[in-house]
Design a protein around this ligand. Structure first.
Ligand SMILES: Nc1nc2c(c(=O)[nH]1)N[C@H]1C(S)=C(S)[C@@H](COP(=O)(O)O)O[C@H]1N2
Ligand SMILES: [Mo]
Length: 231
């Protein structure tokens, strides 16, 4: 019990350090700082128009991926966090589920122009995982890897936003295989391709590298309210 409390204290302390280190970059990011975010509808939880420019709302939840749905049994599931960090870690399922759990309702914006609102996710926040591994002062970006060989890159200040989760549950049920179960990342303030389904590794980088779609002309930054789809 005491050990559990110590672990939680360590994570909280590390989170505060990370917050202090990235706060100004997070505040300068488009979803918070843009004077005229592009879109329509009521103002959402981030202060942005609910429907980003060029998006259409859908009730359905399409499946978009490379066509291969890797089935990982929970006893074989691992999440590796490495690269430019003080404490590289490999979490198994039990260790992952013993991390602090976060619930958040957020919107999902696919670059192919559909958006799905108010998805109730549950999982471990990226910020808590980053706090566990503690990125070195030189770290600026992350590369996320899926079990299907997918990769995608994003900046640490975007990944640290409080609604970025490694989610295992949605609509009160375990995340289905076709949507990236057992665990996928979600990035509600960026286009959804920045959230790897079937996530298996988060690599911290001291430079920006391109992932699968980024290599093929998609944007490095992927800001929905800037129509920032391609580079
Ligand atoms: N591992 C992995 N993650 C992925 C993809 C993929 O092909 N492989 N596709 C991305 C794209 S382009 C989108 S729009 C969303 C789609 O998530 P969904 O199939 O649950 O709607 O997942 C993203 N994450
Ligand atoms: Mo997509």
């Amino acid at each position: 019990m005491e050990e559990e409390n110590n672990k939680l204290d360590r994570i909280i302390e590390a989170r505060m350090k990370l917050k202090a280190r990235f706060e100004s970059k997070m505040e300068a990011s488009p979803s918070v700082s843009d004077e005229k975010p592009l879109g329509k509808g009521p103002i959402n939880r981030h202060g942005m128009p609910q429907t980003p420019i060029g998006q259409t709302l859908t009730e359905k939840w399409p499946v978009l991926d490379l066509g291969y749905h890797p089935k990982i049994e929970l006893q074989n599931w691992r999440l590796k966090i490495d690269g430019e960090v003080e404490n590289p870690v490999i979490l198994n399922w039990e260790e992952f589920m013993n991390m602090p759990q976060t619930e958040d309702i957020s919107d999902f914006h696919c670059v192919t122009t559909w958006s799905k609102l108010d998805m109730p996710w549950k999982g471990v926040s990226f910020a808590d995982l980053a706090a566990l591994a503690m990125p070195k002062a030189t770290a600026t970006h992350v590369m996320c890897y899926g079990y299907d060989t997918y990769t995608t890159n994003l900046s640490i200040e975007e990944a640290l936003k409080s609604d970025v989760l490694l989610a295992h549950t949605v609509y009160d049920a375990p995340l289905e295989l076709e949507h990236g179960g057992p665990v996928r990342m979600v990035t509600p303030q960026l286009y959804a391709w920045k959230g790897s389904k079937w996530i298996k590794r988060i690599e911290f980088l001291n430079t920006n590298k391109k992932g699968f779609w980024e290599e093929r002309g998609y944007s490095n930054t992927a800001y929905p309210w800037r129509n920032d789809r391609y580079s």
